[in-house]
Design a protein around this ligand. Structure first.
Ligand code: ASP
Length: 344
């Protein structure tokens, strides 16, 4: 048997979420669950981990994932880079699944090292039959310990599937198969403990180097049938520094919204994403008022392949670096170009 010293070192950071949730213990809500278990508890429940990695634990937080902030993730990214500098071969982050697609993408943009960062969680908490946390943790460690996962950016591993942070979404409210990459599919899977990576992704470009500064407020709005511009008109007074708009289909809004939208896009970065959850925004097809061509010609910035929540993470980071509208546009363009820039 391989001794721990010969195994790749994998650091596990725990942040809370369903994977860490168990009964409160007493009182009116005794049958309900809240995040209470930390990385040490999670590792103790899966002794098989020690066959694959020299595991070290770093309890980092204990929250439902809706309480995480970009400041938390920037601090986590710094801590992750420190573990890599200290010799870790890979890192696993356990957290709630509700915002996992956003934190994984934020870590993709914030972590400097190319070694694997794997985010995982659970859809069924440890008190339920068929809890998926232990299996997800084991698969995540197996991927994080694998040299095949180097250079793939941040990954999400759940349900024995390996997803790229840039594509993955939570697509179901309760299924253990909730995580999917609707536009691109998973990069691979885990079988009998072996990560099988069948597609590789290119390194994303377009983010300024250096540490982020203060994160300003960035709004995420979704277009809906019969929308008017009333919400748009409130954003600046509420001190939002940018907006991501999840528009209909390939990138369309009701024509009546256009004057206010164009006016806003002249003053703060307004990013055009699709509310469909997969595919890219169009650039060059429709010319009606409120079409993608109308919006792009009036200063909106294309999110391209990034969905609304991920475009919001990128916009927040760019604004924290002090970029103004044209700098933001350039970064979104470069990130979109880099998604297909493979090295042969
Ligand atoms: N509410 C939980 C969270 O922290 C849900 C989960 O982990 O699945 O995101």
């Amino acid at each position: 048997m391989t001794s721990p010293a010969q195994l790749p070192r994998v650091t596990i950071f725990s942040l809370g979420g369903t994977i860490a949730s168990t009964n409160v213990g007493a009182g009116q809500n005794a049958d309900g669950v809240t995040p209470q278990l930390d990385a040490n508890d999670l590792v103790a429940a899966v002794p098989q981990l020690r066959q694959f990695a020299d595991v070290e634990t770093r309890p980092f937080g204990q929250v439902p994932s809706g309480d995480l902030t970009l400041n938390d993730l920037a601090a986590l990214a710094t801590a992750i880079d420190q573990r890599f500098a200290a010799g870790a071969a890979g890192v696993v982050v356990t957290q709630g699944t509700d915002t996992m697609e956003e934190s994984a993408f934020a870590l993709e943009l914030l972590v400097g090292a190319v070694r694997p960062v794997v985010v995982t969680g659970a859809m069924r908490n440890p008190t339920l039959a068929g809890a998926d946390g232990p299996a997800n943790l084991l698969a995540a460690v197996q991927v994080a310990a694998s040299s095949d996962a180097v250079g793939l950016g941040t990954l999400v591993v759940t349900n024995d599937e390996i997803h790229a942070a840039r594509f993955v979404r939570k697509t179901h409210s309760s299924s253990p198969a909730a995580f999917r990459s609707p536009s691109a599919g998973p990069l691979g899977w885990v079988i009998e403990g072996r990560p099988r990576i069948v597609f590789r992704v290119a390194k994303l470009q377009g983010l300024p180097s250096g540490a982020p500064g203060r994160f300003p407020a960035v709004a995420l709005l979704t277009s809906a049938l019969g929308d008017d511009a009333r919400l748009l008109a409130t954003l600046e007074a509420l001190e939002y520094a940018g907006l991501v708009l999840e528009a209909f289909g390939g990138g369309h809004v009701p024509g009546v919204v256009m004057p206010a939208l164009a006016d806003l896009a002249a003053r703060i970065p307004v990013v055009l994403a699709s509310r469909t959850g997969s595919g890219e925004t169009l650039r060059d097809t429709y010319v009606f008022a409120g079409s993608e061509r109308d919006m792009l010609s009036r200063g909106l910035i294309s999110a391209g392949f990034l969905d609304g929540p991920k475009a919001r993470i990128l916009l927040s980071l760019l604004l924290s670096h002090g970029l103004a509208i044209e700098g933001v546009r350039d970064s979104f363009e470069r990130m979109n170009a880099s998604v297909t820039s493979f090295q042969s």
